[in-house]
Design a protein around this ligand. Sequence first.
Ligand code: TRP
Ligand code: SF4
Length: 368
Amino acid sequence: MQKRKMKELNPWEVGEIKDYGKLIKEFGMKPMDDYRIKYDDLLYIRRGIIFGHRDFNLIDEAIEKKKPYALMTGLMPSGAFHFGHKMVADEIKYFQDNGAQIFICAADIESYLMRGIPLDVARKTAVEDYLTNYLALGINPENLTFWFQSDYRTEYYRMRDLLSKRPTFNELKAIYGELSTGKIISALTQAADILHPQLKELGGKKPVIVPVGADQDPHIRLTRDIASRETEYDIIPPAATYHKFMGGLQGGKMSSSDPKSHISLLEEPKKAIKKVMGAKTGGRESAEVQRKKGGRPDQCMIYELCLYHLVPDDIELARIHAECVSGATLCGDCKKRCAGFLTTFLEEHQKKVAQARKTAEKIAKKKT
Ligand code: TRP
Ligand code: SF4
């Protein structure tokens, strides 16, 4: 039974996650509620989109006492950089602004082993889509270590190899279900990604926060378990925050390989508007019914875009919500308003992208 449930959260086969409360009950995450007020300047925490954490208290303490801590995260360079990915970028920026030393890895070994993406293609995507957008979204290149899993420092590879002594084959099976050589290497590489900021060479033991989507929790659990049993290295288990997933524009899952399901941050605004106008809403079968019963923002992709990204002002968002549920605004007008917000966002963002491109190239060439 336990095994089957674990497999529902397999990072390489994740579908939609409907019940986030269950993740908290069954996998021992902690709800983020205690920190919602203190960290309410991060929209995702304030609005409950970051719903769970592990050991966030360590990060809270480091921020409060101005002690050194790091943020580490990785990106799988496959497909376009979309609004789902923007969440991680905003989280990185937030903690960087709050004193974290930043480590970002391009998981090109993982994307090769798990998705068959050639290393040169992955490298291009990682730099031109991901890193460029990260910088355009405000991440400061000065306090940033960026690397490719396929091309990094010796101590990192040594750490990955030595860490492999900790988990047993059966533990890996319990976490990932059916194993393959590629899954094992990807999981151990990810453990090294997360733990190596604590190497002596990189400033030694410290709290590290890993902001991820809920699907990555199996990796976090494995890494925490390895860290707690490690004897060769003086390290502590990483902390993590977990965010909910945005749904796809047509309903179902948002996926970087399906352009109809997402809007890329580099998308031409005109095309993006078309996608908004065709998105799944929580509207009723007719205008008349909607005026009477109101719309359903909780089932609406337009509302979700506003909630996660386009309407940072809580009062304005509350108004959009109220106008929807009362039936005062119908979906056609509501979509147009959303399209306006989106156009403004994309135009402003894309202006910053041109400058960010050059910096991204420079960072990618630098030997880490
Ligand atoms: N596995 C992650 C993904 O699928 C990418 C990743 C690699 C990562 N190393 C990491 C995420 C370290 C967080 C921390 O997107
Ligand atoms: Fe969604 Fe707006 Fe329609 Fe409500 S009125 S269901 S928020 S598109």
